[in-house]
Design a binder for this molecule. Structure first.
Ligand SMILES: Cc1ncc(COP(=O)(O)O)c(CNc2cccc(C(=O)O)c2)c1O
Ligand SMILES: Cc1ncc(COP(=O)(O)O)c(C=O)c1O
Length: 446
């Protein structure tokens, strides 16, 4: 009866909508035209009216295994009834240890250690803190500067918005961290419009890092954080050789390299991590989203043996890192992550984006020539269609596409006037056809 009650609740629209302050949302506009999802299974949501919605964005780039996958559902249900919570501060339970070994096995060497968080934002702030503490542990505590990129998204913590490069995410919240600098981003429609896969031009932008080293001196720089592919900023791709060059410059100057793989991790670009697809190994990787296929909040920071070892020099009885969250290594999240990894491995989802990349690319680029389309970008199972802004109303066209696509039965993401797509990795060719058919109809109507 209780299950029926909640099921009925989930399907029924709420009586009032004032108390919930929604994130990154025009709350008053939303309350005027609410879009309420009530259930999900496989590739589809159902809204509160029972309409089927094709999930073109894996929720928020996170439900890589699709929705309500049986093995994950069963693992979470069993875990919450077995060990609902256990502290990991000076205490422990088996699952976080088991999961860390599984994660180590799919990560590039020597990223041999895992620190758990509850989100991508917490993973980013954790990695930035570990980078600063690492240099202090080695007697180079003057390395206090952190370098990010323009247009980068690293979540919403004070660390993440400081190294991030999206003005609206920064300007409201004060000065942020004191010693931060930014590289230029690599989006260049002028030279790279409608590139299929990686853009040809822009590798020279990696030299920005050398310029910042000359300006600040390497002895003051702790780390560089980069999204291998920036999803939130509208799908910004690295020119061939760019990430390799960043790695070289970091190595030359003893600067740590952090890949923010919150979106690119867990099969999104056809390998467990983009680091493997691009053949560049960072010193740390921040992850979340696909780690549990979005069903339980969890993040994980992968840390190299070199960094981890620097914290293990003191007495065994000493706390080696003064950092962690109440829910670090939460048993429910660990159970979800283990079942998610099982699902990825059993169904070949880590590499499925490689198999579908060409088909996805052809369907996406067939939208070239639709009204207002000024660029199309893609890699793995990520896609973006950039629209020319409406005169005097930047973002209006993007919102129109979001709203009309939802009414047509398709979920897309928008960043400004860029439509972003990242379907669950279980997507089949027929779903890809449907995504681009529905999106094409919406674009025709703009
Ligand atoms: C690269 C990257 N780093 C950190 C975060 C923050 O993760 P949490 O949200 O779990 O704190 C992200 C998250 N990325 C994200 C989150 C919400 C919306 C969108 C969008 O593109 O509309 C993208 C991300 O994409
Ligand atoms: C007063 C207070 N604030 C913040 C936190 C941090 O919460 P979390 O560990 O969930 O990040 C805690 C955790 O115990 C706390 O006691």
């Amino acid at each position: 009866a209780l299950a029926d009650h909640y099921a009925a609740q989930n399907l029924a629209a709420p009586a009032a909508m004032d108390a919930f302050w929604m994130p990154f949302t025009a709350n008053r506009q939303f309350r005027g035209t609410p879009r309420l999802l009530a259930s999900a299974e496989g590739m589809y949501y159902r809204d509160v009216d029972g309409r089927q919605i094709l999930d073109g964005t894996a929720g928020l780039w996170c439900c890589n295994a699709g929705h309500a996958r049986p093995r994950i559902v069963e693992a979470v249900a069993r875990q919450v009834a077995t060990l609902d919570f256990a502290p990991n501060f000076q205490m422990g339970s088996p699952l976080p240890f088991v999961l860390a070994e599984r994660l180590k096995a799919i990560a590039p060497r020597p990223l041999d250690h895992v620190f758990y968080t509850n989100s991508g934002s917490e993973s980013v702030d954790t990695a930035l803190k570990i980078a600063l503490a690492y240099h202090r542990a080695r007697g180079e505590g003057q390395r206090i500067r952190l370098i990010g990129r323009e247009n980068a998204y690293h979540g919403v913590g004070f660390g993440g918005i400081s190294v991030g490069g999206l003005p609206n995410n920064r300007k409201w919240f004060g000065p942020g961290l004191p010693a931060v600098d930014h590289l230029r981003h690599t989006l260049d429609i002028g030279r790279n419009a409608f590139s299929r896969g990686l853009p040809a031009h822009g590798v020279e932008l990696a030299e920005d890092l050398e310029r910042l080293v000359q300006l600040h001196d390497a002895s003051t720089i702790a780390a560089v954080i980069i999204e291998p592919i920036s999803g939130s900023a509208g799908v910004i791709l690295p020119p061939p050789g760019y990430l390799q060059r960043i790695r070289e410059i970091c190595d030359r100057h003893g600067i740590l390299l952090i890949f923010d793989e919150v979106i690119t991790g867990f099969g999104r670009v056809g390998e467990p991590f983009a680091a493997q697809r691009f053949g560049v190994t960072p010193d740390m990787m921040t992850t979340a989203k696909g780690l549990t296929s979005g069903c339980v909040p969890m993040g994980a920071v992968f840390v190299s043996e070199m960094i981890h070892r620097a914290f293990m020099q003191g007495a065994d009885s000493a706390i080696d890192l003064f950092h962690g969250y109440t829910y670090t290594g939460h048993p429910l999240a660990c159970a979800a992550a283990l079942a998610t990894l099982d699902t990825y491995e059993e169904e070949g989802l880590f590499t499925r984006a490689l198999e579908l990349e060409a088909y996805w690319q052809e369907g996406l680029h067939a939208l070239r020539g639709k009204p207002h389309v000024i660029d199309i970008r893609n890699y793995g199972l990520i896609g973006a269609v950039e629209l020319a802004p409406q005169d005097g109303a930047p973002g209006a066209r993007g919102y129109q596409v979001l709203e009309r696509a939802f009414r047509k039965g398709l979920l897309v993401r928008i960043t400004g006037d860029t439509v972003a797509l990242s379907p669950p990795l279980i997507v089949e060719r027929r779903h890809i056809d449907d995504i681009f058919s529905m999106l094409g109809e919406v674009l025709d109507g703009l």
